[in-house]
Design a binder for this molecule. Structure first.
Ligand code: SAM
Length: 494
C-alpha cells in the first residue's frame, strides 16, 4: 500500500492521550472515524490475561454523565477538525450516555449530518432485575449530507420465513420465483415468441435478459421465461434466482453480529474488545480502499485490523502502553505485518510511536511520575494524594465492583469496595522491609491480593512474599519494570 498523503503518516499507533495526539494531525485528513470510548458506566474493568492471571484493567473514570461529556467534548471537537468534509464519523456507546452523546455530537458535527442510530444487539437475553434486559449498544453515525460522503450499501441474508413463503426450491438447492414483468411505466410491446407474435407489456432491459439468457434448470421454462401449459409466457414469467440478488439492504438494527464468545480465537481478553465483523461492516460501508481510517480509542486494535484487512490506511491512538503493545502483536500475528521503522518508511509494515519510557528514563523521572507510570501501565488508578498513602500507590478495580453509597457521596473512586492495591518503589532492589510495609497495608485494608512494582527484588523480599502467602493466604505479585516494558508482558497477556 502506498502512502496516501505526504502530510500524514499512516499505519501508525500513537500511544498517548488522544487530545494531545490528535493535535499532530492536519485539518480534514481522515475519511472515516470510529471511536469506542470507555463508557460512562461507573464501573471498572479488570481482565485476567491468560493463564498467568496477569492483570490488565482500565477504568471508566467518569463519575457522572456530565464529567464524561466534558471529557469527550474537546476530543470530539478535535476529531471533527481532522475529519474530511466527505468523511464519516461513528461513535460507539450505550444507554448510559448515548442521549447526551447525541446532543453533544449534534452540536459539534451538525444535527442535519446525523444519519443513523445503529442498534447493535451485543448480548443475548438475560434478567435485569425490575427492568427490561439491556442487550444492545448504540452506534451514532454522522456524515455531511451536503458535501456527499462515501456510501457502499451492505446487504444481509433473507430470513428463512421470507424464503419459505415466496420462493420455490429446485432439486439443486437453488431458489427461484417468477417475477412480474408488467411495468406501468412502459408502453405495450410486441415480440416474437417461438414464431407467434405475443403482446407483452414489459421493460426493455428485461426483454433483452429474457431472450439472451441461456435455458435455466427451472421446469416449464424457455430461457428465462416461465411458460403456461399452452407454451406461452406466464403472467409472472421472468425467472429470478435468490442467489443472484444481493440480499436485504442493511437496516439500522444489527442483530446478526455476535459478541465475542469466551473461547473465540479472535478474543484477546481485552474486556471491551469488539468483534471484527462489526468493524468490517462499518469500514466497508463508509470507506473505499486506501482511504484513511482513524480509531482514537483503539483498545486492542479491532478497527486497525479490520482496516488493514480491507486494504485501508489507518491510524490508531490509545493512552494505555499495554493496549498499544497488545495491538502491535495482533497486527503482527493476524495481519502478518512487520513492526519496523525501515519497512514502514518503504510503505510496508507499521510503527508504534510515543511509548512512554525506557528503563533508563524511568530511573531518572520524579518518584510520583514513576508511580503514576507503573500504576497506569498495570491498568490501575493512581492515588490522588501522594502523601499519607499508607503504603498503597494505586488500585485495580475488578469487573463487577459496585459503588457504595458513602463513597459515592464523597465523589471519589473510593466508592468501590472491591479493589487490589498496587505498591510502587523506584528502587534498584526492593528489600524485605518494603514488603513488610506492604503486607501491613494489605492486612489493614483487608485485601486478598496485591501488586508490587520495582526494578528488582532481593531474594529476601521474594522469600517473604512466599512466606506471607503460606501464613496469611494473601497473594503479592512482584513485577519488575522490565517485565512491564518488555514484550514479555504483552506475550503473557495475549
Ligand atoms: C472501550 S476500549 C476500546 C476497545 C476497542 N474498540 C476494541 O475493540 O478493542 C477504550 C480504549 O480507550 C482508551 N482510552 C481511554 N482514554 C483515552 C484517551 N484519553 N486517549 C486515548 N485512548 C484512551 C483505553 O485505554 C481503552 O483501551
Amino acid at each position: 500500500m502506498a502512502k496516501p498523503s505526504s502530510l500524514l503518516d499512516t499505519r501508525v499507533i500513537y500511544c498517548g492521550d488522544n487530545l494531545e495526539q490528535l493535535k499532530k494531525l492536519p485539518d480534514a485528513c481522515i475519511d472515516l472515524i470510529y471511536i469506542d470510548p470507555p463508557f460512562n458506566s461507573n464501573r471498572n474493568y479488570e481482565v485476567f490475561w491468560g493463564e498467568t492471571k496477569e492483570k490488565r484493567s482500565f477504568d471508566d473514570r467518569h463519575e457522572s454523565t456530565q464529567a464524561y461529556i466534558e471529557f469527550m467534548r474537546p476530543r470530539c471537537v478535535e476529531l471533527a477538525r481532522v475529519l474530511k468534509k466527505t468523511g464519516s464519523f461513528y461513535y460507539h456507546c450505550d444507554w448510559h450516555a448515548s442521549h447526551y452523546v447525541k446532543v453533544m455530537l449534534d452540536q459539534i458535527l451538525g444535527e442535519n449530518n446525523f444519519q443513523n442510530e445503529i442498534v447493535w444487539k451485543r448480548t443475548s437475553a438475560h434478567n435485569d432485575p425490575h427492568r427490561y434486559g439491556n442487550i444492545h449498544d448504540t452506534i451514532l453515525f454522522y456524515a455531511q449530507t451536503k458535501e456527499g460522503f462515501t456510501w457502499n450499501p451492505q446487504y444481509t441474508a433473507y430470513t428463512k420465513e421470507y424464503v419459505d413463503a415466496e420462493w420455490q426450491e429446485l432439486p439443486s438447492g437453488r431458489f427461484f420465483k417468477g417475477e412480474n414483468m408488467l411495468d406501468p411505466q412502459n408502453k405495450m410491446e410486441e415480440f416474437d415468441f417461438k414464431g407467434t407474435t405475443a403482446r407483452w407489456r414489459t421493460n426493455r432491459e428485461g426483454m433483452m435478459e429474457l431472450w439472451n439468457a441461456p435455458q435455466t434448470e427451472v421446469p416449464n421454462s424457455h430461457g428465462r421465461v416461465l411458460l403456461r401449459k399452452d407454451g406461452l409466457p406466464r403472467k409472472r414469467c421472468r425467472i429470478v434466482f435468490l442467489d443472484e440478488l444481493p440480499g436485504v439492504a442493511l437496516q439500522s438494527w444489527w442483530g446478526d453480529i455476535s459478541p465475542l464468545a469466551g473461547g473465540s480465537r479472535e478474543r484477546l481478553g481485552y474486556p471491551t474488545q469488539k468483534p471484527l465483523p462489526l468493524l468490517e461492516r462499518i469500514i466497508k460501508s463508509s470507506s473505499n480502499e486506501n482511504d484513511i481510517v482513524l480509531d482514537a480509542f483503539c483498545g486492542c486494535g479491532t478497527a486497525l485490523v479490520a482496516a488493514q484487512t480491507l486494504n485501508r490506511q489507518w491510524i490508531g491512538i490509545d493512552i494505555s502502553p499495554t493496549a498499544c503493545r497488545v495491538m502491535a502483536k495482533r497486527l503482527r500475528d493476524v495481519c502478518r505485518m512487520k513492526e519496523d521503522e525501515n519497512y514502514w518508511l518503504h510503505g510496508k509494515g507499521f510503527v508504534v510511536r510515543d511509548l512512554p519510557w525506557t528503563e533508563k528514563q524511568l530511573r531518572t523521572i520524579p518518584p510520583f511520575e514513576f508511580e503514576n507510570w507503573a500504576v497506569i501501565a498495570l491498568g490501575g488508578i493512581p492515588n490522588k494524594t501522594q502523601v499519607g498513602d499508607m503504603g498503597i500507590d494505586g488500585r485495580i478495580y475488578p469487573i463487577g465492583s459496585e459503588p457504595t453509597a458513602a463513597g459515592k457521596e464523597a465523589g471519589q473512586l473510593d466508592f468501590m469496595d472491591d479493589w487490589y492495591p498496587i505498591q510502587v518503589k523506584q528502587m534498584d532492589k526492593t528489600g524485605r522491609p518494603d514488603i513488610d510495609k506492604f503486607e501491613a497495608a494489605m492486612m489493614r485494608t483487608k485485601r486478598k491480593k496485591g501488586f508490587f512494582v520495582s526494578f528488582d527484588f532481593s531474594s529476601d523480599a521474594l522469600r517473604e512474599i512466599d512466606q506471607f502467602f503460606r501464613r496469611e493466604h494473601i497473594v503479592i505479585i512482584p513485577l519488575t519494570v522490565r517485565e512491564i516494558l518488555d514484550e514479555t508482558i504483552a506475550q503473557r497477556l495475549a
